[in-house]
Ligand binder design. Structure first.
Ligand SMILES: NC(=O)c1ccc[n+]([C@@H]2O[C@H](COP(=O)([O-])OP(=O)(O)OC[C@H]3O[C@@H](n4cnc5c(N)ncnc54)[C@H](O)[C@@H]3O)[C@@H](O)[C@H]2O)c1
Ligand SMILES: O=P(O)(O)OC[C@H](O)CO
Length: 323
C-alpha cells in the first residue's frame, strides 16, 4: 500500500519504519525541516535517537499524502485539527494514532478528524506501544478500530507483521478513550512512585483508575471489552509501570514535589496526559461522572500540594467497589 504518516515524532517515525519493513510505500510528513532531513539521512535524532531508519521518505509538504491509500495521523492531540485542516481533502482512511481529547470542544479525535476531513473514514490504531521498542522490531500488539468491520480487518491484515500483531475492532470510541484516559492515570501512578507510596498503592491506583476509565468510556459509548483490551487496560498497565513513559515520568516529578511548570518547561516531547487531564475532568464533571484520580492529577498540574492531594484522595468516604 501507499501509506502516509502525518507526524515525525517518536511514534510517527516508529510506525513509518514498521510499515516500510512490511514492504509498504511510506511517506512521512514532519513539521520540522531538521526532522525531515534527519529521517532522510537515516536517523530522527530529535525524537527517536539511536534507531537506524530506512525504506521510507520524509517530507515537509502535506499535499502528496492526500493521495495515499491510508493515512496514519500521529501529531499530538491538540494539533490534530490544525494539521488535518491543512491536508488537502482526502478520501483515504485516516487511522488516528495519537491519544487525547481536544481541549475546549471536549471532542474525541475521531470527531475532530471527521469534521476536518469529512470525506474520509476514520479509525484508530492504539495499544501498549513504546515507540522505541516498536522501532527496534520488538513484539507488540495493537487494536485497529474502524466502524466498518471489513475495513478494520483489511487494514489489520495489511499492516500486520509477525512482531507487530494487529487485532481488528469496530469500537472506535472505546479504542481512543482507553488511550486518552490511561495517559492521565499514568501520571497518577508516577506520583505514587515519586512520593514513595509503595507498590500496593500503585496496584490499587491502576484498578481504581481503570474503574474511572470504564465509567467515562461506557458513558461515551465505548464497549467494556475494548476498555479491558490492548488499547485500554493493556496500555494502562504499560504506562503505569515504567519510567519509559513520559506521562509516568512527569508524575514521578510531581510526586517528588516538583512543579508542573518546571517539569514541562522547554520540553520538546509530549506528555499528553497533562493536556488531557483538564479536558477529561471538565467532560466528566459536565456528565456527572466521578473521576477523583483524574481530578487529583489536574489539581497537581495546577500547582496543588502533592501531600494534600494524596490526603484528600485517601480521605474520600468509603463506598462499594462496584457502583
Ligand atoms: N512515543 C510513543 O511511544 C507513543 C506511542 C503511542 C502513541 N503515542 C502518541 O502519539 C502522539 C505523538 O507523540 P510522539 O511521541 O510521536 O511525539 P514526540 O513527543 O516524539 O514529538 C512531539 C511531536 O509534536 C510535534 N509538534 C510540535 N508542535 C507541533 C505543531 N504546532 N503542529 C504539529 N505538530 C507539532 C512535533 O513535530 C513532534 O512530531 C501523542 O498523542 C502520543 O500520545 C506516542
Ligand atoms: O510515553 P507515554 O507516556 O506518552 O506513552 C507512550 C505510549 O502511549 C505507550 O503506549
Amino acid at each position: 500500500m501507499n501509506i502516509g504518516v502525518i507526524g515525525g515524532g517518536a511514534w510517527g517515525t516508529a510506525l513509518a519504519q514498521v510499515l516500510a519493513s512490511g514492504g509498504h510505500d511510506v511517506t512521512l510528513w514532519a513539521l520540522e525541516p531538521e526532522v525531515v532531513a534527519g529521517i532522510n539521512a537515516g536517523e530522527n535524532a530529535i525524537y527517536l535517537p539511536g534507531v537506524p531508519l530506512s525504506g521510507f521518505r520524509a517530507t515537509g509538504d502535506l499535499a502528496p499524502l492526500a493521495g495515499a491509500e491510508a493515512i496514519l495521523v500521529v501529531t499530538p492531540a491538540q494539533h490534530t485539527r490544525g494539521v488535518l485542516a491543512k491536508l488537502p481533502a482526502t478520501r483515504a482512511p485516516l487511522l488516528l494514532c495519537s491519544k487525547g481529547i481536544e481541549a475546549g470542544s471536549h471532542k474525541l479525535l475521531s470527531e475532530v478528524a471527521a469534521e476536518a476531513q469529512p470525506g474520509a473514514a476514520v479509525g484508530v490504531l492504539s495499544g501498549p506501544t513504546f515507540a522505541a521498542e516498536v522501532a527496534r522490531g520488538l513484539p507488540t500488539a495493537v487494536t485497529i478500530a474502524m466502524e466498518d468491520a471489513d475495513a478494520a480487518e483489511r487494514m489489520a491484515e495489511a499492516i500486520a507483521l509477525p512482531s507487530f500483531r494487529t487485532y481488528a475492532s469496530t469500537d472506535v470510541i472505546g479504542a481512543e478513550i482507553g488511550g486518552a484516559v490511561k495517559n492521565v492515570l499514568a501520571i497518577a501512578c508516577g506520583v505514587v512512585e515519586g512520593a514513595g507510596l509503595g507498590q500496593n498503592a500503585r496496584a490499587a491506583l491502576i484498578a481504581r483508575g481503570f474503574a474511572e476509565m470504564t465509567r467515562f468510556g461506557l458513558a461515551r459509548g465505548s464497549r467494556a471489552e475494548t476498555l479491558a483490551g490492548l488499547s485500554g487496560l493493556g496500555d494502562l498497565v504499560l504506562t503505569c509501570s515504567s519510567t519509559a513513559s513520559r506521562n509516568f515520568s512527569l508524575g514521578v516529578g510531581l510526586g517528588q514535589g516538583r512543579a508542573a511548570t518546571e517539569l514541562m518547561a522547554d520540553r520538546r516531547t509530549v506528555a499528553e496526559g497533562a493536556f488531557t487531564a483538564p479536558v477529561l475532568c471538565e467532560a466528566a464533571e459536565a456528565a456527572g461522572i466521578d473521576m477523583p484520580v483524574a481530578q487529583g492529577v489536574r489539581a497537581l498540574l495546577e500547582g496543588a500540594d502533592v501531600r494534600a492531594v494524596i490526603g484528600e484522595l485517601l480521605a474520600r468516604p468509603l463506598t462499594r467497589e462496584h457502583v
